[in-house]
Design a protein around this ligand. Sequence first.
Ligand code: C2E
Ligand code: MG
Ligand code: MG
Ligand code: MG
Length: 280
Amino acid sequence: AIKGNGRNGFAFFDPSMAAEADERHRLEVDFRAGLARGEFELYYQPVVEAGTRRRVGMEALVRWNHPDQGLIAPDRFIAMAEDTGLVGTLGEWILQTACAEAATWPDDVKIAVNISPVQFRKTNLLDVIMCALVDSGLPPERLEIEITERVLLEWEAEHVSILHQLKNLGVAVALDDFGTGYSSLSYLTAFPFDKLKIDRCFTRDLLARDGCGAIVCAIVNLGRTLDMVTVAEGVETEAQQRILEAAGVGQMQGYLFGRPTPADGLAIGGPATAAADGTV
Ligand code: C2E
Ligand code: MG
Ligand code: MG
Ligand code: MG
């Protein structure tokens, strides 16, 4: 397939590209309809404290219940939602829903919400977050937002100011997928993050690649120095858990502790917990 212009300025027609564009367009049409029809749903994945393995928080992860295609993961629609600006509408719904859900949980369980870089460019992000807090009655201290380095790539004074205002409000700010961008370390001087989420690839390769354990230790030490909690993502095995705890990570997240689950399947607060604990 020849993409873009050739040397002579010719663009070759490529049927596979046309099909791709077609599918993308259909997805966009479906996405608008899906937003109106309420086809999106939040799943929640536990975050546990290292050592005690006590649940300290939940991360909200969006899913799309597509009428024909079934459950669609965010990697397949977030980019399109960003390109079309629709991520603003979706993001507002996500914040409202996640905060309302978390308000029903015990006080010591926080809620983490992923924020797209495009949401940052919308000047009303702060208003959207404050509305979600006020409407739900969730104390700001129980909300944490997760941003990736992509936000910081387009770092502007305004973005830093929004993050500072959030921190002043009591909302925590985490840097997600840490260690995958190419100049991660310089970002750490731009803003005092509360949390560093060590990317899943380091956990995955802990036992397979020699350097990974050393990198995790280095990030943990960096976190200590800068007063940031470190979280290991993608913990799937007890062997990984042992190494990560020995390295001194503060928190862990992964299938070992729980997969992302719809709100009604969560054993958190209410009678479900009591039954699961065997106390009823
Ligand atoms: P993320 O924020 O880094 O989320 C972690 C991803 O790793 C989730 O994928 C989660 O299901 C997956 N995961 C968790 N534990 C394990 C594990 O032990 N093993 C493996 N193999 N995977 C694990 P998911 O839900 O498909 O989300 C992918 C990405 O999409 C997220 O990465 C985040 O960047 C984005 N995303 C998800 N929900 C939202 C949202 O509500 N808003 C925005 N803006 N982005 C979202
Ligand atoms: Mg995240
Ligand atoms: Mg991540
Ligand atoms: Mg990710």
